[in-house]
Ligand binder design. Structure first.
Ligand SMILES: Nc1ncnc2c1ncn2[C@@H]1O[C@H](COP(=O)(O)OP(=O)(O)OP(=O)(O)O)[C@@H](O)[C@H]1O
Ligand SMILES: [Mg+2]
Length: 219
């Protein structure tokens, strides 16, 4: 479902951020992406989700050649992928339910469907009772759950989470990881970047390591 073939990414005026990445991931996998700060994790996810293009090489995700997508094909490609950002990216002056609904609003879905689907995903992350709250009124773990709910709104086949537990205490981190495992058990492929090597060891999932832009699947 994901294949990277000889992928390089070089930012202008910088060294290679990704170097000859070759990788295959199967549908339904739960994979941890590990590596030190600056190794290229976020860059890798940007290419995977079509938010940036490689300098060279080929990326195939869910049957699409991501780097060859026309600009009109990109929105429907992105709907297949849910992204949870390193810094949540919630909108402060919108309520929980408005934040979660936004991707559907933007694409002009029917109000009735938006309401129903937003309530479903909030229920999935156990936050229905906070649907009228604003992000500042939420704990870090709750904000992260809102970001997860928003990422699930389109029923994505692939969920990408960029250090979703980076700012959370261990018990909240465990709770968020449990939620991602639940999403995976329902059939979604889940790719999680993390610095938390203890967590990776405990969970016994597949692991892909990245170091100075060089990617290796851990056997
Ligand atoms: N827009 C950009 N322009 C130039 N260089 C960039 C850009 N984005 C990232 N880089 C560089 O590419 C390398 C990889 O960065 P990236 O953000 O992918 O790392 P990361 O593994 O996500 O790090 P962290 O764990 O700190 O989030 C770094 O050397 C970084 O400075
Ligand atoms: Mg990063």
């Amino acid at each position: 479902m994901i294949s990277f073939s000889h992928v390089y990414k070089t930012y202008p005026g910088a060294n290679h951020a990704l170097v000859d990445v070759n990788l295959n991931i199967d549908r339904g996998d739960f994979i941890f992406l590990t590596g030190p700060s600056g190794a290229g994790k976020t860059t890798f996810f940007k290419l995977l989700s079509g938010f940036d293009k490689p300098t060279s090489g080929n990326i195939k995700v869910l049957g699409d050649h991501v780097n060859a997508l026309s600009s009109s094909a990109i929105p429907s490609f992105r709907k297949k992928i849910g992204v949870i950002y390193q810094d949540f990216k919630l909108i402060d002056d919108k309520s929980v339910i408005e934040n979660v609904s936004l991707p559907l609003k933007v694409q002009g879905a029917k109000e009735k469907y938006i309401q129903k689907r937003a309530e479903e995903v909030l229920d999935q992350v156990s936050l229905s009772h906070k649907h009228r709250a604003f992000p500042v009124q939420l704990s870090g773990g709750e904000q992260q759950r809102v970001a997860i709910a928003r990422a699930l709104i389109h029923h994505p086949s692939l969920l990408i989470a960029d250090e979703p537990t980076g700012n959370l205490d261990p018990s909240l981190a465990e709770e968020i990881m449990g939620l991602l495992e639940k999403v995976n058990a329902q059939g979604t492929t889940v790719f999680v970047a993390t610095h938390d090597l203890e967590m990776v060891k405990r969970k016994k999932k597949k692991q892909v390591q990245i170091s100075a832009g060089v990617v290796n699947a851990v056997p």
